[in-house]
Each structure stands twice: as C-alpha cells, then as structure tokens.
Design a protein around this ligand. Structure first.
Ligand code: 5AD
Ligand code: SF4
Length: 443
C-alpha cells in the first residue's frame, strides 16, 4: 500500500522548490502526498540554517511532533535540507525522534534510505555533489495556487559571504541544463500557470556550455520569456557584483519579464561590506542601482539588510540607513546578525555588537523601511497597473489580490474576476504593506 507523505518546509523559496522535487521523487516510489500531518506515515521537515532562530523553530517543531509516534509507532520522521547537512548525525543525538537525515544533494536516495529505516534503524546521507541539479525531475506542485510556480535553475553557492552558512549546506555552484528549464516552464504554461520565478542563490552567475554554445542568465531569461507573452517571468536572487548591463537590458526589453529586482545590499558601509566579503563597495552598488533606474525607470527594488555584523560601528550603521534612503527601496527583508558555526565570520571575527544594540539598530532599519515603503506606495496612487490575480484576501472572499510587475500586492473588490486572470487596477489608497484599488476595464 502507498505510504502517506507529509512535507513541511522552512526557509527560502529554494527550499520550497526542493520540497516539490522531493515530493516528485517519492511520488514515483510508492508515496502519495498527504495534507493532514496526523494521517501521515512519513513526515519530512525541510529545514533552514540561515539564522539560529530558524534552527530553533525546527527543534521546537520536532519536539511537538514526538507525540505522533505514540499513536503510530511506524511513523517515520525525517529531517532534510540545510540543517540536515549542517548537523548530520548530531541531530539524531539531539532529537531521538528523528529517523532519517538527508542533505540537499541526496534526495534521489530517499526511497532507499526510507527503506533502510523501515528495516529498522536510522539513516543518514549528507554527501554534497558537484553536479546534482535534479534536472530531469519534474516537480510536483505543493500548496500551489495553479498560477505561479518556482523553477530551480541552479544549486549551491560559492561566494562565501563571511556570515553565511549556505556554501557549507548547499555546496558548490552548478547550473541546470537550460533545455530542461524551458521544458519545465512550457509544461507549467500548458497546465495553466501564468508566472514562473527562476530560482538560485545567485542567478546572475548562471552559466551553461554545450557543444560550443553558451547560455548565461540573460539568455536564459529571454528563452523563458519567449515561451509565451502571457507568462510572467521573475527571478531570485541576485548578487550585486554580478548584475550585468546585459541582464538589465533584457529585463527592459521583454514586457513579460517583471520589472522588479531583489538586490541584497546587506550593509551600507565599505568597511562592513569588505569584512562581509561581499566583493563590492557602496559606490559600486549605487552605480548598479542607477543603471537599473536609468534603463527601467519603474523598476521595483527590494533588498536584504543585516544589522549588527561583527565590528559594525554606529557610523557604519548610519551608512546603512543612508544607503537605504539613497536607493529608496520598495521593500526589504531585515535581520539581526546571527553567528553561524563554521562560517568565516564565526572563525575569524568577534560577534561583538551587543544584542540590545543589534536590536535597536534593526528597529531603526525597520522603521526607516516602513517610511520608504509608504512613500513608494503613495507614489502609485492614481496609477493603473496590470496585476495577475493570485488569491482571495484573508479578510473577505469578495476581495482578490494580485501583484503588479513591480511585485507589489494590490487588493481590489472582485466582480467576475478569478484567480489567474490579468486585471487592470487603479490604485486608490495604500498602507506601507499593501495597495488597494479598483478594477478598470480599459487602460
Ligand atoms: N545572520 C543574519 N542574516 C543572515 N542572512 C544570511 N546569513 C545571515 C546571518 N548569519 C540574511 C542575508 C541574506 C538573507 C537570505 O539572509 O541578508 O541575503
Ligand atoms: Fe535557509 Fe539558506 Fe538553506 Fe535556504 S539555502 S534553506 S535560506 S540556509
């Protein structure tokens, strides 16, 4: 009889995409996806190690799941993803309820490893690979709205930002065969999807070479954009050091490539950027932003910011605030620095900004971003945008929401529109988080 599989995902979009690959591998090996955790025979937790808090959440969750084994002694609980890779066998000692530990490059072994667990005992596989891209696996879509989907185009990262655990948990960078990416996007279009997001830790360094022909990220974006003018194309995430003029031109050229760039700045001071091993300066970053603004005046810009990295002074922090203002981000993900074992920063620098100072700096960053987001949203009032309807608003079934090309969420009152429609909406009012508008029939 088929086993019922429940997958729970933490962390980044890449992890959500990986869960869909895992779902696909196991669906072909006598498992069926189950939505109710209490009925599952196998529970896999796809985990994140990026900050200590991300790991703490998973440990709490594992503790909460223990009781399910009392009702069902044959239940298998597996930890997959970045925490599996980082902690390996140690996880078994910390959490005896765990039966299975599988790192991000070993998902093809899951059927065999589950079998090993069924025979009694525990299974651990955390070998990283230099060439695994799961390129032949068509993911099953989990929790899908049937409209937008992620496509993983590369794996791993070798930038070694001093604070970051990813190069250790996901291994070396490798790109996936572009033809398999295009085929996956075509299949999504055939199944009614309207938007794809091409995913990688640093998509700008995507590179494929075959029979003397090369495909870089700009080329890949145009190949996907040309599948259908009704397919929106997005991407995440970019490293500023590799953001090329060619890519900016490609985004400007295709109307179905969304005008939205996530460009993590991390910090605004050159000495902090250097210590972080980001390989660009504040001036270089601003020059790239200006190049984007010149070529794509309506481009949405978002970023990631870390408060309180090792050695960050009050002056450095002020430079982060001033860079935020200079760019005028539409939105940002903002974090307190969290030391991760094994990283360059953990090995070489002192985590010397006191917790309360980190907290206060983060609050200042969040408050400033609130002002910038509100300012940016206010500018949209009176303008009309084409949005792709993604779902119902939480408050009312009559309210639908979608995103515009700039990646801003807009809520409107539905008449006969449905999820998956392209709709023109004029913005009437806003908060820092959302825009509210009315449908217009013609622009
Ligand atoms: N502490 C805090 N934030 C971090 N990030 C990555 N590593 C850390 C860390 N050790 C943030 C970066 C990155 C985002 C995904 O998470 O801003 O861009
Ligand atoms: Fe978390 Fe980074 Fe792993 Fe994604 S790649 S799950 S953000 S540690």
């Amino acid at each position: 009889m088929s086993k019922k599989l429940y997958i729970e995902t933490y962390g980044c979009q890449m992890n959500f995409s990986d869960s869909e690959i895992v779902g696909s591998i196991l669906s072909q090996n006598d498992c069926i996806l189950e939505e109710d955790i209490n009925s599952a025979d196998i529970i896999l937790i796809n985990t994140c190690s990026i900050r200590e808090n991300a790991e703490k959440r998973v440990f709490n969750r594992l503790r909460n799941l223990k009781h399910l084994k009392k009702n069902n002694p044959l239940l298998i609980i597996g930890v997959i993803g970045c925490m599996a890779e980082r902690l390996k066998e140690d996880l078994l000692k910390k959490e005896p309820a765990v039966d299975l530990i599988v790192g991000p490059d070993a998902y093809r072994d899951l059927p065999k490893l589950l079998n090993d667990v069924n025979l009694g005992g525990k299974a651990v596989q955390t070998l990283l690979s230099e060439d695994e891209t799961y390129d032949d696996i068509l993911p099953v879509r989990i929790d899908s709205n049937g409209v937008s989907a992620f496509i993983s185009i590369m794996r791993g990262c070798q930038n070694f930002c001093a604070y970051c655990v990813v190069p250790y948990t996901r291994g070396k960078e490798r790109s996936r065969d572009p033809q398999t990416i295009v085929n996956e996007a075509k299949t999504l279009v055939e199944n009614g999807f309207k938007e794809v997001t091409l995913l990688g830790q640093n998509v700008n360094s995507y590179f494929w070479k075959e029979n003397g022909e090369t495909v870089n990220f700009s080329k890949l974006m145009s190949m996907v954009a040309e599948i259908s003018p009704l397919l929106r194309v997005r991407f995440a995430t970019s490293h500023p050091k590799d953001l090329s003029n060619e890519l900016i031109q490609t985004i400007a050229k295709y109307s179905n490539i969304c005008k939205s760039i996530h460009l993590p700045m991390q910090a605004g001071s050159n000495s902090v950027l250097k210590k972080m091993n980001r390989k660009y300066t504040r001036e270089w970053y601003l020059e790239r932003v200006n190049a984007i603004k010149a070529a794509i005046p309506d481009c949405g810009l978002s970023t990631d910011i870390i408060a309180g990295f090792c050695g960050e002074t009050e002056e450095d922090h002020k430079e982060t605030l001033s860079l935020m203002k200079e760019v005028g981000y539409d939105s940002a993900f903002m974090f307190k620095y969290s030391e991760r074992p094994g990283t360059t920063a953990a090995r070489n620098y002192e985590n010397d900004v006191p917790e309360d100072v980190k907290g206060r700096r983060l609050e200042e960053i969040i408050a400033l971003q609130g002002e910038l987001s509100l300012e940016s949203n206010k500018k949209d009032i009176g303008n009309t945008f084409e949005i792709l309807v993604e779902g119902q608003s939480k408050r009312s079934k009559k309210q639908l929401f979608g995103r515009n090309s700039q990646n801003k969420v807009i809520i409107f009152t539905a008449t006969d529109e449905k999820i998956g429609d392209y709709v023109n909406v004029t913005v009437l009012d806003c908060t820092a988080a959302t825009l509210r508008g009315d449908r217009v029939k013609e622009i």
